[in-house]
Write a protein that binds this ligand. Sequence first.
Ligand code: DLZ
Length: 164
Amino acid sequence: MSSSLKNLSDFSHTTIPNGGDFKFAIVVAEWNAEITGKLYKGAFDTLIKHGVKEQNILSYPVPGSYELTAAADIVLSNNATIDAVICLGCVIQGETRHFDFICNAVANGLANVGLKHNKTIVFGVLTTDNQEQALARAGGKHGNKGDEAAITALKMAHLSANLP
Ligand code: DLZ
């Protein structure tokens, strides 16, 4: 694939692969459920739209975004047939330093889980100043990051399955 790309603009036109052969896990945080529910629906519907069989989408709710890392690790440790894990959450800036601790822990944690299992972990966690910004990215004027997370998972699963 890479040898046939002439320039960077070619990347923006890569097609979204059909997902009929893949299995995905979606791990979704219950904290800020009004937002994460919309992210989940966006991710789920996008996978179905691109051919993933409903029985090949495994869904796991967790209490908050901090738990996404452990859950992704547990899920992959117990199911080697999963091609990628989509992690969805929404961390909203509050008055304390929780925001920084949670965001840093989740971003680093998910990266490490992906490397440990040699599988794609999609970082679908909104990190916003307020709920209005989050709603704008969960089906509002900035689209739905859940949809984007699903497309990332499809592209990465396809890449892994088609290495020479
Ligand atoms: C505690 C907490 C706070 C203050 N804020 C958020 C948030 O904005 N988004 C989120 O997903 N989770 C939050 N949590 C919960 C933590 O992620 C975690 O569930 C608890 O600290 C228990 O480990």
